[in-house]
Design a protein around this ligand. Structure first.
Ligand code: PEP
Ligand code: MN
Length: 337
């Protein structure tokens, strides 16, 4: 961190700032220019609030030399992280394919879809039990019953289950029942929820908020990791832009950017990004081509009667042909499916 001091500041006021920074555990190097004094801070500046420094009336500006996230940062962890979930994993050379309906509707629906996606190569089953809906009058999910049905589908197929947690109230239940806890886009900056899942050792699938920058997503992951849970998987699911044709705009460049900045695995959700079933295939192919570690895809056996997100769900048959195409792309990318 670099602190630029205002011109004509008295040396004793500069000394006060230096002493304050040293008391926070940093070494301070002073550079005297013709018109400017600059203080360079060396050491762990992660706990220093730059706004507090900016509030000092002798400070012109504060510049970051390093990113504000540590545990997430590739700098301190050059190898790609691989998150192990039972006999499966996310990250590394094998692509993770998470597939299933937007929401769990009944036993027959979830078990049938689970069997179908497994046969086509899915490695995880998704299904919302607690649904974050824009309207309070829309289907809110089967809640606890949904979790029970997911467990039945896991029992029958062996696929680990991924489902969204919306409140800390259910955290113990999720730790007990679920293989990967999803934190949805709407809760990406629910810091109490992030800290709570950070205290568990469950793999956490953290989805990018619909208006979140890449740095905000990485800081949200830092919240989880700073509590001790290093099993974080990031998910790009499109961000809100001026474009209205698609539900969101898939930020494909986020994948190589995140890969450069962080060691955490990153997957792509083309279903919530495009919001249209026929966009799922091209976006999924693009995601793997730019280096995603996997995909989360909404699959429904009767999309026109789905209780949630039928318009963006692909049928099991289309999912099957998509995985065949993805297998070929994976080979070119030195990955496996
Ligand atoms: C979901 O995956 O079920 C979901 C609601 O997605 P998002 O949080 O990305 O909108
Ligand atoms: Mn959905």
């Amino acid at each position: 961190m670099v602190i630029v001091i205002k011109p004509k500041t008295a040396q004793e006021d500069i000394e006060k700032i230096k002493r304050k920074m040293e008391s926070l555990g940093c070494e301070v190097y002073e550079t005297i220019g013709e018109n400017r004094q600059i203080l360079g801070l060396v050491g762990d500046t992660s706990k220093i609030d730059p706004d507090l420094i900016k509030a000092n009336r002798y400070v012109e500006k504060v510049m970051h030399v390093q990113e504000p996230y540590k545990k997430v940062n590739r700098l301190f962890h050059p190898e790609d992280s691989v998150i192990n979930i039972g006999n499966s994993s996310i990250g590394g050379e094998k692509l993770a394919i998470i597939a299933g309906p937007c929401s769990v509707e009944n036993e027959e629906q979830i078990v049938t879809i689970a069997e179908q996606v497994k046969a086509s190569g899915a490695t995880f089953l998704r299904g919302g039990a607690f649904k974050p809906r824009t309207s309070p009058y829309s289907f809110q999910g089967l809640r606890e019953e949904g979790l029970e049905l997911l467990k039945i589908a896991r029992e029958k197929t062996g696929l680990p289950i991924v489902t969204e947690l919306m409140t800390t109230d259910y955290i113990d239940r999720f730790v007990e029942d679920v293989d990967v806890i999803q934190i949805g886009a709407r809760n990406m900056q629910n810091f109490d929820l992030l800290k709570a899942v950070g205290k568990t050792d469950k793999p956490i699938l953290l989805k990018r908020g619909m208006s979140a920058t890449i740095e905000e997503l990485l800081m949200a992951a830092e919240y989880i990791m700073s509590e001790g849970n290093e099993n974080v998987i990031l998910c790009e699911r499109g961000v809100r832009t001026f474009e209205k044709y698609t539900r969101n705009t898939l930020d494909l460049s986020a994948i190589p950017v995140i890969k450069k900045l962080s060691h955490l695995p990153v997957i792509v959700d083309p279903s919530h990004a495009g919001g249209l079933w026929w966009l799922v295939e091209p976006l999924a192919k693009a995601a793997i081509t730019v280096g995603a570690d996997g995909l989360m895809i909404e699959v429904h056996n009767d999309p026109s009667n789905a209780k949630c997100d039928g318009q963006q769900s692909i049928t099991p048959e289309r999912f099957d042909s998509l995985t065949k195409t993805l297998k070929k792309i994976a080979t070119i990318e030195n990955k496996k499916l």
